[in-house]
Design a binder for this molecule. Structure first.
Ligand code: SAH
Length: 288
């Protein structure tokens, strides 16, 4: 006789909190690769009655939702304007009040340029219980897949995450580029592609070198990942020449040069990596 054993749910195996009825979990889905989902995010999906997701969440991740869960899209589609933030929050409240276990699934980390804070505050106002499940943000996870570390001891002791977009779709005017340019050796810019010419001018005006390395990383961690390495001087022209698509990150700083040594993804298809891309090792002594 064979005994059919149902697999123990992940949250029970690990003693993770269950997703209760009437709760909303704001869950980060990571930058794309389903392998970068956290275990807690997977457990949430496996228990959800309703999943409300954004444009940047990969299909393969949605397929992990509990069979029978309703899956709703809350982003822009086919050029139609996106539903207003208020409408998304109201929908989450409605689902929770109907006693659903709700997963609000957002690209990357929900609290990193993801409006997770706004949605959570709307839940607080409506007295809906919630939990935040952080995700791998594209600004670090996406960079790692491009072979660019956000920091390196010999290069930078600070990194700044910047958004190139405010709620009106413009470069935020409260950004002090002068201070960013002076104080942060590495800038990782989210949502900046559309305003690349303005960003470049602002960074150059802040005193950064025209030959400073820049990487444009698009569709990071997905099969469509592409990385264009360029310089501040050439970034606008190179973005156009290579038809760089959103979603993309702009990375400005010397850490970009480490890619010659750390592009592990390309190494799997034969790229030869340089062990000392920054030229830090002392040159071998000349024989007398
Ligand atoms: N909460 C998300 C960011 C949302 S804002 C996070 O933590 O990653 C959307 C911006 O994120 C995009 O314009 C792009 O700059 C960046 N982004 C998100 N996913 C990306 C990916 N797979 N590759 C490159 N950039 C990405």
């Amino acid at each position: 006789m064979t005994i059919l054993r149902l697999p123990t749910p992940i949250h029970e195996m690990l003693g993770l909190p269950p997703l209760e009825k009437g709760w909303v979990w704001l869950v980060g889905a990571g930058p794309g690769d389903p392998g970068l989902l956290t275990v807690l995010a997977l457990a949430a999906l496996q228990q959800a009655d309703a999943v409300v997701y954004d444009a940047l969440v990969d299909e393969s991740i949605l397929r992990l939702a509990r069979p029978g869960a309703t899956i709703e899209y809350a982003g822009k589609r086919g050029g139609k304007p996106s539903p207003r933030q208020r409408d998304i929050s109201l929908r989450l409240i409605e689902l929770a009040r109907a006693g659903k276990r709700v997963v609000r699934l957002k690209g990357g980390d929900p609290f990193m340029f993801g409006r997770g804070g706004e949605e959570a505050l709307a839940l607080v106002e409506a007295r809906i219980p919630f939990r935040v499940v952080p995700g791998v943000t594209s600004g670090t996870g996406g960079l790692a897949y491009a072979g660019i570390p956000a920091t390196h001891r010999d290069v930078n002791h600070a990194v700044t995450f910047v958004t190139g977009h405010n709620s009106g779709g413009d470069v935020p005017d409260d950004l002090d580029w002068e201070a960013l340019g002076r104080g942060s050796p590495v800038l990782v810019i989210y949502m900046g592609l559309k305003h690349l010419p303005r960003i470049r001018s602002a960074v150059l005006a802040a005193g950064r070198r025209a030959d400073e390395p820049v990487a444009l990383v698009s569709h990071a961690t997905t099969p469509r990942q592409r990385v264009v390495e360029t310089t501040l001087a050439a970034v606008v022209e190179d973005a156009a020449a290579h038809a760089v698509e959103a979603p993309a990150l702009i990375v400005i700083g010397e850490v970009v040069r480490l890619r010659a040594g750390l592009d592990w993804l390309a190494a799997m298809s034969g790229k030869v990596l340089e062990p000392d891309p920054l030229g830090l090792q002392p040159a071998p002594r000349q024989r007398a």
